[in-house]
Design a protein around this ligand. Structure first.
Ligand code: BES
Ligand code: ZN
Length: 847
């Protein structure tokens, strides 16, 4: 049997108030084609009560049984005899509940202008939760058009993917009929019903854009409105395809599990991912908001217009959107975003034995949930970036246009994208890329050099093998097709030629090299691989790091690779600490972020506490002096972000001056004498709490309660883990679980506790004690985040066994891979600690 629906009429009626929970529904699916005789019709449904159904063809057929299977998430209609092939429509009457689970059709609680607790009704269907709202064939490849009607109380705003076509009173209520949608996947259908204000504008290409905010806060939507109206025409031009719907709404939702969701024409956001309050929003948040808006709007083409065939190809959606969000948002709001988009983050995860290939077989909903991870997003974006560099922007655009027009309103496999890009570029895109998307992990390129006879050029031998986190010999014989470029001190920015390693080894000659100059593989850290240099080549980078003639992204990549070599046991931590000395003049945010991230790891695992602090302070001293506490006229966006980071670090390293200044500024802030710039607040809050105690904790809680800006609440609640006193930290954990913290934020407050050595044990104990409550309350990515951050920083045999045993006894679908990754990471930490602690201690003592 194969059944395909391509026209769906859904009417739902909210009886009375959303708070009452129940809704009536009626859905008619037209154009259902029965291909082979069958007496059963199966579709997806979860937590719905199906009242009755009629199948209408030449005559009307009623099922003799409607069977629900909660495990399979299906409803089966059994008919008295076989249905003949032909075209039918199916009418189903049913009821459902507006749930509190942040999936399907759910209620979102907020305090209105009058101070009352009220609810909005909101949908979140990706990946497999449309079936919680109405019975349907809930798979991305089964596209249908939707005619949606909502009958709701008159004072509420009702939105859906399309604009309203007509409205009419229905008793005390009002009924809205929306225009028919284009043919689309179920996971992108959306509705929102609640009290909202909005601001609106038209993009230069004529699309009506509205940003919906909580009532009385419409000004907070202006920033996102500006970004959205600029990003839409950017994509239109980039893809050479117009946005296909007449309108797009962006709406801030009080209770929202993810960051944002790209529903076609009605994009939903967490408040902190959309709203900007000029006085209280930090530069970091604004940057994030611009990126999230850019990301979700990219999906309107990449994902909504052209959709993956099955969730195995999810990365096409998320990897691609993560790749373009950056250039789209940078072009549209250059003053908000600066820096780069080279990401080294997924490399660490992808070197584990428990990583997974980008294209991964998935079946049930919990398996699908689990792949919304760094591999699909960041590795996905990285391999596309590498490809973009390999074929060049012009051919890349041509290929994208071809792909999107060829497959519009349809579904694709990863190969379809390669085919279009191959056609546009005439390069072997499919061969190169499948080695990256079908194989797990990535290569390390080992370099050896030999001066050639002419004294002017250098011969390099490059060899590839799979990089393993623990330094073991890879069991499988993996090979990648690696596009390689090379830069030299004479030519630091431009790769001096493009090569491709196809086999184990590649010999090349690099011309025009200064005798004392450096040669850098992977300039700009665009390629998704690591590089291992011999000591003589590595040494040549040192002066170029010191005087910063080695470009920032190369400094960043170099440090990141070095730490990976250390953790894998190929070199000693001491060697990297020596190289890091060359970073004392480092000024670039991204570089500081990366070395800081690794030193934090060193701190949680290896070496003694006091000594490490002295070393780190020395490293930060110059940049700390340069930036100071006050924003300089005309300073770069990067420096503004860097200041918050550096001050936070210095305070964390118990720097007396920083702590004193933070206290003074916090007091002035409280008094209202001098408001702290939003960018420094996190650092200040953590500092005063770490240096203080119960009194400071109470003050921060008061601040938390007095603000109604979610960003500020987040900032405060995520600083609470900085307290030192275990008794206070226990209070923080209780607070995280209390009514005062929205359930989508709880996880991040608990994580803030787990990030310090004292808090780590407490948070873990808490997870064990409250495990049943936790799995009941959180699922999907909130749960996997929690599991990851509460476990992966341990570094002992004992904790390895404890974590491993606990999760063997407490399995939860959708967390399996995360647990395996965490357990593997604990083992790596333990080995690292055992291997390097004595040498690091010795080094730090003598320096
Ligand atoms: N499609 C996702 C939303 C989503 C995530 C649905 C997980 C179901 C499960 C959306 O496009 C997205 O990627 N959102 C990100 C923000 C983005 C800027 C990285 C998110 O929610 O974190
Ligand atoms: Zn996305």
């Amino acid at each position: 049997m194969r059944i395909k629906s391509n026209d769906c009429h859904a009417k739902w009626c909210l009886i009375k108030e959303i708070a009452n929970n129940a809704y009536f529904y009626h859905i008619q699916a037209h154009g259902i084609t029965v291909v082979k005789p069958t007496d059963e019709v199966v579709l997806n449904a979860v937590d719905l009560t199906l009242e009755s159904a009629v199948l209408k063809g030449d005559k009307e057929l009623k099922p003799i049984e409607i069977r629900l299977c909660s495990e399979e998430e299906t409803a089966t209609f059994k008919f008295p005899s076989a249905i003949d092939p032909g075209v039918y429509s199916l009418d189903i009457a049913f009821t459902g509940e507006i749930n509190d689970k942040m999936k399907g059709l759910y209620r979102s609680k907020y305090i209105n202008e009058k101070g009352e607790e009220v609810y909005a009704a909101v949908t979140q269907f990706e990946s497999t939760d449309a079936r919680r709202c109405f019975p349907c064939w809930d798979e991305p490849a089964l596209k249908a058009t939707f005619n949606i009607s909502l009958t709701v109380p008159q004072n509420l705003v009702a939105l859906s993917n399309m604009p309203v076509k007509a409205s009419k009173p229905a008793g005390d209520l009002i009924r809205y009929d929306f225009e028919k949608t284009p043919i689309m996947s179920t996971y992108l259908v959306a509705t929102v019903i609640g009290e909202y204000d909005y601001v609106e504008d038209k993009s230069t290409d004529g699309v009506l854009v509205r940003v919906y905010t909580p009532k009385g806060k419409k000004d907070q939507g202006l920033f996102a409105l500006e970004v959205a109206t600029k990003v839409l025409p950017y994509y239109k031009e980039y893809f050479d395809i117009a946005y296909p719907l007449p309108k797009i709404d962006l709406i801030a939702i009080a209770n929202f599990s993810a960051g944002a969701m790209e529903n076609w024409g009605l994009v939903t956001y967490r408040e902190t991912c959309l709203l900007v309050d000029p006085q209280n929003t930090s530069a970091a948040s604004k940057q994030w908001i611009a990126l999230v808006v850019g990301h979700e709007l990219a999906h309107q083409w990449f994902g909504n217009l052209v959709t993956m065939e099955w969730w195995t190809h999810l990365w096409l959606n998320e990897g691609y959107a993560s790749f373009v969000e950056f250039s789209a948002s940078t072009t549209s709001s250059p003053s908000t975003i600066s820096g780069h988009n080279s990401s080294t983050t997924p490399l660490e995860l992808d070197s584990l034995k428990n990583s997974h290939p980008i294209e991964v077989p998935v079946g049930n909903p919990s398996e699908i949930d689990e792949i919304f991870d760094d591999i699909s997003y960041s590795k996905g974006a990285s391999v596309i970036r590498m490809l973009h560099h390999y074929i060049g922007d012009e051919d890349f655009r041509k290929g994208m246009h071809l792909y999107l027009t060829r497959h519009q309103y349809k579904n694709t496999f990863t190969e379809d994208l390669w085919a279009a890009l191959e056609e546009a570029s005439k390069k072997p895109v499919g061969d190169v890329m499948s080695s990256w998307t079908k194989q797990m992990g990535f290569p390390v390129v080992k370099v050896t050099s030999k001066p050639s006879g002419d004294g002017n050029s250098v011969g390099l031998t490059l060899s590839q093998s799979k990089f393993t986190a623990d330094g073991s010999k890879p069991s499988e014989n993996y090979l990648w097709m690696i596009p390689i470029s090379i830069a030299t001190s004479k030519n630091p920015k431009k790769g001096s030629g493009q090569y491709c390693i196809k086999n184990k080894l590649l010999h090349i000659t690099v011309p025009d090299v200064e005798p004392s100059g450096w040669i850098k593989i992977n300039p700009g850290t665009i390629g998704f691989y690591r590089t291992q240099y011999p000591p003589d080549m590595l040494e040549k980078f040192i002066p170029a790091i010191q005087n910063q003639t080695l470009p920032p992204l190369d400094r960043l990549g170099l440090v990141d690779d070095l730490f990976a070599m250390v953790k894998a046991g190929h070199t000693s931590t001491v060697e990297v600490l020596k190289v890091l000395k060359a970073f004392e003049d480092e000024n670039r945010l991204q570089c500081v972020v990366v070395y800081r991230k690794h030193l934090r790891k060193v701190r949680t695992t290896v070496g003694s506490h006091r000594l490490r602090e002295r070393y780190q302070k020395q490293l930060l001293r110059k940049v700390y002096r340069r930036l100071g506490w006050n924003q300089n006229e005309g300073e770069t966006h990067l420096d503004t972000l860097l200041r918050g980071l550096v001050l936070g670090r210095m305070a964390w390293l118990d720097d007396e001056d920083t702590i004193k200044e933070a206290k003074q500024r916090f007091t002035a802030h409280l008094k209202g004498d001098q408001i702290l710039p939003a960018d420094l607040r996190s650092a200040c809050y953590k500092t005063i709490l770490r240096a203080g105690g119960k009194e400071e904790y109470d003050t921060l809680l008061q601040l938390y309660r007095s603000t109604d800006l979610r960003e500020e609440k987040d900032r405060i609640s995520r600083s609470l883990g900085a307290a030192r006193d275990p008794e206070l930290l226990k209070k923080v954990l209780d607070f995280a679980m209390s009514e005062e913290v929205r359930s989508q934020d709880t996880v991040f407050v608990i994580i803030s506790v787990a990030l310090t050595p004292v808090g780590r044990g407490l948070a873990w104990q808490f997870l064990k004690d409250d495990w049943s409550i936790i799995v009941d309350r959180f699922s999907g990515y909130l749960l996997t985040r929690l599991v990851k951050y509460l476990t992966e920083n341990f570094a002992s045999e004992k904790m390895f066994t404890e974590v491993d045993t606990f999760f063997r006894e407490h399995k939860s679908p959708g967390t399996e891979r995360t647990v395996q990754q965490a357990v593997e990471t604990i083992q790596l930490n333990t080995q690292w600690l055992n291997r390097d602690t004595p040498a690091v201690t010795e080094y730090l003592k003598s320096n």
